[in-house]
Design a protein around this ligand. Structure first.
Ligand code: AMP
Length: 225
């Protein structure tokens, strides 16, 4: 199952993508995490991406597309993946479709996370991230068991530089101007499912799981029929 998570920063895509990845046994691919890793390890891609990320702007399409293509072609993606944060422009969406088409595949489901901008600002201002494994927490809504320490790997938690209030507002503006239009693109493709992000984390996970299971059933029927 090839799944795309679409929605503004802070909508809870990363948290839900982790759950889907665990349940469906498919990799969670976060373009933001891949870019941050590239910056940490000092690759050319990282050097090209750094200044855009710091300003809350989108990294140029060709830079992100390169890193995502390499990741999707890895063998652990043969049964699918959850894409979180990619695509973010119409060109990226078209390149993804074309790439999957050449592999005889397609995007099966797009979850569109609907959330108010006020909620986004509250979520991002309390978000902390593991400096080792990239896991996300929220000081109020998803606190780690030990303050400032990652539950999964004991890494130190820190606030992302681009979660500062002024950068968050820029990221929301960029989302409105460059990414929100993808909702129509995927709605026209009839694979868009709206998910309310204002519910409890477990309820959102259940709603997503139900939709995935329905889709899997539908696909099984089509194969048999
Ligand atoms: P995220 O972790 O998804 O919030 O992404 C953090 C930052 O990485 C974004 O604000 C962008 O600067 C950059 N980024 C992540 N994914 C993309 C993408 N698909 N296209 C362009 N820039 C991206």
């Amino acid at each position: 199952m090839r799944i795309v998570f679409l929605g503004p920063p802070g909508a809870g895509k990363g948290t839900q993508a982790e759950t889907v990845s665990r349940v469906e046994k498919i990799p969670h691919i976060s373009s933001g995490n891949l870019l941050r890793e590239a910056i940490e390890t000092g690759t050319d891609t990282g050097a090209k991406a750094r200044s855009y990320i710091e300003k809350g702007l989108l990294v140029p399409d060709q830079v992100v597309v390169g890193i995502i293509k390499d990741r999707i072609l890895k063998t652990d993606c043969k049964n699918g993946f959850v894409l979180d944060g990619f695509p973010r422009t119409l060109l990226q969406a078209k390149i993804l479709d074309e790439m999957l088409r050449t592999l005889g595949k397609c995007v099966d489901l797009v979850f569109y996370f609907v959330v108010s901008e006020d909620a986004v600002v509250e979520r991002l201002s309390g978000r902390v991230m593991c400096s080792i494994c990239g896991a996300n927490y929220h000081v109020k809504f998803v606190p780690p068991r030990k303050k400032d320490i990652c539950d999964k790997c004991n890494g130190k938690l820190h606030q992302r530089a681009d979660d500062k209030p002024e950068t968050v507002l820029e990221r929301l503006k960029v989302y409105r101007e460059q990414t929100a239009g993808l909702v129509e693109y995927y709605r026209n493709n009839k694979i868009l499912k709206e998910i309310s992000s204002d519910l409890k984390i477990e309820v959102i996970s259940k709603n997503i799981a139900d939709i995935i299971n329905n889709e899997l059933k539908k696909q099984k029927k089509t194969k048999v029929g």
